[in-house]
Design a protein around this ligand. Structure first.
Ligand SMILES: [Zn+2]
Ligand SMILES: [Zn+2]
Length: 319
């Protein structure tokens, strides 16, 4: 997770998304007294389906019921739930694995789930192997105080290789998965493992010469950042669009955002990772990022990849 509420964007996009829905001939449903309209996820035509790869339960005291309402308000068809390890709660009040799996199994039409454990805990691999055997479709989010190329992370990555599942990593220099600049060697060492990168340090590096000090940098992006290089050079590197960090990486420079979405349309996965209970408006980075994808992706085909097809391929989801 990466909980910072995004700054309110000066760009108001809701009219744009409504036009998209209407042009798609989608079924529109009334959304309460505000008179807003949105797609009901359960009745959305295939072209409008969105997989959200990054949510938690509970999340900063948001309950399972509130999460489900939130996902419905955003128009999400399928949500990937990421558990905490047995300790630390991802610094956001997230429950460990059993509660996550229980909710997902109760609503198999709405959820899939990942395995997770604290990277350097002695029994971490045994714990996650059991979780993967029980149906988890990936590992993460790995948000623990280790180097990204540590022996502990190598064990986690080897487990992902064994099961053919991706690893989702929270990069935040000084706190979690330190030294992102060493990722090229990790990607080369494990070419069969798909890595999904997320959070402040990953998205800060969308701009060249990022100093890793400001968590949410603003202003024009200088092309050629580490994020662009890793996505360009390594077929097994993917970007998770979730959270305030993912949202802000694009609103800071709209021209660069259009270029980036066009170039990396096969490598970006939509995720929300917001903890608000409403699922719309300025407090909800997830719904705002949906609007950004609609605005910045070059065409409908690219939007479908980012919202749905890339995730279905990387996570081997049959929907
Ligand atoms: Zn995170
Ligand atoms: Zn939200």
């Amino acid at each position: 997770m990466d909980p910072t509420t995004p700054a309110s964007s000066s760009v108001h996009l809701s009219n744009c998304s409504r036009r998209d829905f209407i042009s798609a001939g989608a079924t529109l449903v009334a959304a309460g007294a505000l008179g807003r309209t949105h797609l009901d996820a359960a009745t959305a035509p295939a072209a409008d389906r969105i997989i959200d790869i990054h949510q938690h339960v509970p999340y900063s005291k948001r309950t399972a019921e509130q999460l489900m309402a939130h996902q419905k308000a955003m128009g999400i068809s399928l949500t990937i739930l990421l558990p905490a390890g047995s300790r630390f709660g991802l610094a956001a009040g997230v429950n460990p694995y059993p509660e996550t799996k229980a909710l997902a199994e109760k609503h198999p039409d709405q959820f899939r789930w990942f395995a997770n454990e604290v990277s350097d805990q002695p029994d971490a691999i045994d714990v996650m192997r059991r979780q993967l055997k029980a149906g988890a479709i990936g590992i993460g989010e790995q948000k623990f105080n280790v180097d990204c190329d540590s022996a502990a992370m190598e064990r986690v990555i080897k487990l992902a290789e064994e099961f053919g599942v991706p690893v989702l990593m929270h990069f935040q220099q000084g706190s979690y998965n330190h030294h992102i600049e060493r990722m090229p060697k990790v990607l080369e060492k494990f070419p069969q493992v798909n890595f999904i990168a997320h959070a402040q340090t990953w998205w800060g590096h969308i701009s060249k010469e990022y100093d890793e000090k400001v968590l949410y940098p603003t202003g024009p992006v200088k092309p050629g950042g580490l994020t662009d290089r890793l996505l360009s050079d390594y077929p097994n590197m993917y970007g998770d669009l979730s959270a305030g960090s993912g949202y802000r990486a694009f609103i800071r420079d709209e021209e660069h955002a259009r270029w980036f979405f066009a170039k990396h349309q096969d490598k970006l996965l939509y995720g929300s990772d917001c903890s608000d209970p409403v699922g719309r408006g300025p407090a909800c980075s997830g719904s705002q990022q949906i609007e950004s994808v609609r605005k910045f992706a070059p065409d409908e085909k690219a939007r479908r990849k980012i919202f749905f097809e890339n995730t279905r391929r990387v996570m081997k989801i049959k929907v």
